[in-house]
Every structure is written in structure tokens, then in C-alpha cells.
Design a protein around this ligand. Sequence first.
Ligand code: PLP
Length: 369
Amino acid sequence: MIPISVVDLPPGTEASVLEVLRSGMLAQGRKVVELEARFADIVGVRHAVAVNNGTTALVAAMQVLDLEPGDEVITSPFTFVGTLNAILECGAVATFADIDEEDFTLDPVSVAALINDRTRVLLPVHLYGQAADMTALMPLARAHGLKIVEDAAQAHGATIEGRGVGTFGLGAFSFYATKNLTTGEGGMITTDDDFLADRLRVLRNQGMRDRYVYEMPGHNYRMTDLQAAVAVPQLGRYPQLVSQRQRNADRLITGLKGTPGLALPSQRPGRSHVWHQFTVRLLPDAAVGRAEFLERLAAGGVGAGVYYPKTVFDYACFRSHERVRVTEVPVAERVTAQVVSLPVHQHLSAEDVDTIISVVRNVLDGPAA
Ligand SMILES: *Cc1c(COP(=O)(O)O)cnc(C)c1O
């Protein structure tokens, strides 16, 4: 079976973790500081603040914006549940704009229609490793005085017009086991804003400025040095990892082009794609439905996944939630029924990619002419 994801740690990982174990500084030591500095370089941002996971990164980012009850956050309905849980954790009202069918990220026209005088935060999700349309979203945010929180959990190092995701406001990254960079569990908040970076550092450490000097109510959001030690050896090779994913994506696109009933992922002009996922859409005229498609892929030895099977709010616990404002998002609804992610990770050989192509084509191409 060709797996949809692999946890792949470079050879220096054991030595890096051992170094921390032997140092006796398991927390608040130097590895976290090193990871923060080097991750800030990858993103192209002044500050990176490490936290214990990606959901926490989103929560902390919104907490330092001092949202008030009734304040609204506009986000994508096509995302992982952590995005929505973070908004609710902060006491804000979650609202949802529709997405673009081709790039799977927020549709700026739909966002504009949702903005009202309670809107405080715009929270785009850079889904599957491609930036949302920040070029169109930033002027909207500026015109309405909205803060930007980016869910960059899947998009480490992705850029739009040369600018890294996570530099537009507050960026929230995840280092969960299956993400492009990993610490097992971990997260990072990035920003160019000195004031917000300082508040984030105080907030994540119980609101403590100096020993027993509390400046605000805080929390323990800290990352351990053991976690940071797992990530640091991955940083040097990260550009190669992304290039390998890009090569795999290119080969998949070339090989799958013209397959009946299949829409391929698009890489938008001006935006780099770090290919966290390679996600196709199975169209209504495809030879088989999605369930059968997934079965046939599995039978052919190709691991595939559906991210995400429903819009994020389409569960009873959210539909009935007083701070979840459900809207019509027809594109997102359609897309959730069509998406299938295929393996694109750096461990695929050219033969693996060709196997994926031929298994997919076998299912969809129909009888040979
Ligand atoms: C992984 C992910 C998160 C949450 O990150 P965790 O580290 O798992 O808490 C949030 N949003 C998106 C889009 C993600 O993919």
C-alpha cells in the first residue's frame, strides 16, 4: 500500500533529542529558541513564538487581539475542526464565507458580503499547502479594520507574490505528526508585530513577565525542548522536501490530465504550493462515485483520504451552537462531496507516482477505445 502520509525524520533526530535529554533542560531551554529563530527565517517574519500545538496557536493568536463578546470572525467552512474550535474557545462568533472551487480557499467576494460592524477578524485557511488569495483579502481587511489570523497549519513556507504565509497578521502553524514539518505535537505563531509577539510570549507562560510578576491572565501553552529537538533537524532539508513534493505533484498532474470525471488541483499564478495534500475532485460525470473510487484505489494499493467530508459546521454540536452562524456555502458543500486526496509526499518514487496514476486512470478512463 502506498500510504497517504509518512512520518519521516532525518538521521540527526535521535542525536538532537538525546542532546536535550542529557542537558537536563527539558523545557524552557535553548532548542525552542533555536527552532523559533530558524522557523522565523523560513516564513520570512520577525517573530516566531512556539506553542504546544496548532490549535493553541490559533487560540493564542486570537486571545492577544482582545476580542469582545459578540465579535465575529470570518473563516472558511472547508477546514479542519481545529479552526472552528479555536474561534469558539476565544468566545467569538464564527461566520463562514464560501470558497473558490479551484483553490479551495476563501472567496474574497463571499468574504466581502459577510463583513459587518461586528466583524473583527478575518481568518483565512491556507488549505492543502497553497496560500489563500491574500492579494484580494488584504485590501478588504484594511478597508474594514479587520485583524488577520492565518491558519497556516498546512502551509509551512508557502508564499504568495513572494511573501510568506504567516506574515500578513498573525500566522498559526501546526507541527502535528503528519504535517510537512513535525514535532509530534506542536505549533508556532508568527508575526511582524513586536507588540503582539511580546504579548504572545507572556500569554503562553501563565501571563508572567518575570518570575511571579503576572501581567495578564495567561495559560501554559509552552512547547517542550524535546519537541523542538525533533523539528530542528528537519529545517535544513525542508526546501528539498517541498521540491520533491512539487515534482510529485507535477508528475501526477501530467499523468492524470484529461482523465474523465476528474478535476486536478490548480496552482494559482503568484502562489507557491508546498503540497501538504494533492487533492482532486471527482465530478458528477465520473465513471464511479467517491465511495467506490476510494475502494478501488485501496484495492490497487493506493492510500487516499477525504479531507474534509463535510463543511466544518455541519455537525449537531456546531449547528446548535449559539456562536456558530451557519450560512449558505454552496461551493464548499459541493466540494466536500467531491474531494479525494492522493499521496504526494516526498517518499514516493517515480514508480509509486506512476502506480497512482495508472490505478486512478484504470478506475476512471472507462472502456479502452
Ligand atoms: C492540523 C490543523 C490544525 C490544528 O493543528 P493541531 O496541531 O493538530 O492542533 C488547524 N487547522 C488546520 C487547517 C489543520 O490542518
